[in-house]
Write a protein that binds this ligand. Sequence first.
Ligand code: F6P
Length: 547
Amino acid sequence: MEARQSLPVWQALEQHATDMKTKHMKDLFAQDPKRFEKFSVTLPKILFDYSKNLIDSKTLELLIQLAKDCEVEQWREKMFAGEHINTTEDRAVLHVALRDKLDTPKILDGVDINQQIASTQQQMSAFCDRVRSGQWQGYSGKAITDIVSIGVGGSNLGPQMVTEALHQYSDGQLTMHYVSNVDGTQIANVLKPLNPETVLFIVSSKTFTTTETMTNANTAMHWLTDAAKDDSIIAKHFVAVSANKANAIKFGIAQENIFNMWDWVGGRFSLWSAIGLPIALDIGFDQFKELLDGAQEIDQHFLTTELENNIPALMALLSLWNTTFLGAQSQAILPYDQSLHMLSAYLQQAEMESNGKSVNWQGDKVDYPTVPSIWGELGINGQHAFYQYLHQSNNVVPADFIGSVESVTPVEGHHETLMANFFAQTQALMQGVTEQEVRADLKMRGRSDDYIDKVAPHKVHLGNRPTNTFLMKRISPRSIGNLIALYEHKIFVQGIVLQICSFDQWGVELGKTLANKIQQELNSGDVNSAHDSSTKGLLTHYHAMKK
Ligand code: F6P
């Protein structure tokens, strides 16, 4: 397998990066009045402006060439065709099938998966109707009022992030709660105000083996059966979503209450499957379908648009440019929309669990920086917390700014203030302000020369900090479907170019294995003498402090 660095275009990009590092975006904008038109793409529900990156036409040409040389288009076909591109687990990667039209059979490894998907969607739809209409009743005959979704990672972040994002689309029929942490504080706080007679638990776990989820599910089950004093009522209050039906049944979930998912759906790409059941319960199945349709619009865009105008491909290539070629180490996600307050947490898993790796498909160590770490916060809150760092630290942090033209909850005067900041920040990060400008401004304000000498260097903003802007008309099931699918395909393209297997997560295994062993020591009070001195010391103190 040819290493990416040996591609002539990779070397050309390295050369070109040296040249571009001497340029300032402010000058690039001044030189080209059409820069925005050149470096932005508009779809019906979303505008993507990437003109505030340290790029020119040559950068784009080289990046597109890199994508072509890495056969991104061919790999894209393979993913959609269901080839086993998750090579280390020998699986297809077909979350795109979950939002497809399902009108013709799609045979995967001899099975029509469209038929399986359609049948699970029918089950979800009927279930949502029964619960939302009050037909589904708890053990005492009362309608369900509260849903508690138990799951972690991909079995939590997607559903919870979308539930929060689409809160305004819920009729409030049901109150949604999420439990992901094995820290008992979370489940205790969630259960405390609830009435067991009217609670429905969804245990979401692809594997149905995840310790944290199983621990929380057990606690929930005891809470319920202690209150009802009857184990036979479990079927009225527990459903499960899993690819491991046998384990779900063993756990005590009634067979008819199990919603299927499949090994070709990765956990962090699973909100489109029955893992999205809490979303569907909250906003109704019809609006859940709109979310799927929104994602499908992007699947079509990704599949059929040339790379030059293909938003996910551009997102991936720009991230690669900023990270691998220009040296950025992290990437900020900055939504200017309260409803997207969980987006950065969601994308942290999606991007970092997918591409936070350092060996290529063949298992050889790659010696170029791969993906940046992902972090972020609601824009406005971030402005009053860490934006100082974005503007003036020595580290350049490329950032994605995400905002909407209309608020879903209009309150007079608020949205303009929010969006004025949204536009101003990317402008400030791009332009910066020179010492000369600072000095002239202070002089104009009548400041003394001594004061100006002292303060001017502190007020300089170098600018030249890359940002992407995503502008949506408004948050809706479709636009959220658009947005998430854009990032999903970005992750895919990035993995292909970096030669990283984006769909496994072996890096989470070691910690889990060690935790299982250490838990035995915590239970028994012993300390294994083979541990390193730090772990031994910590465990010894833990036992001593417990006494
Ligand atoms: O430990 C990481 C992980 O495997 C994620 O990839 C996954 O989304 C999460 O745990 C939950 O897994 P499951 O759905 O099997 O409980």
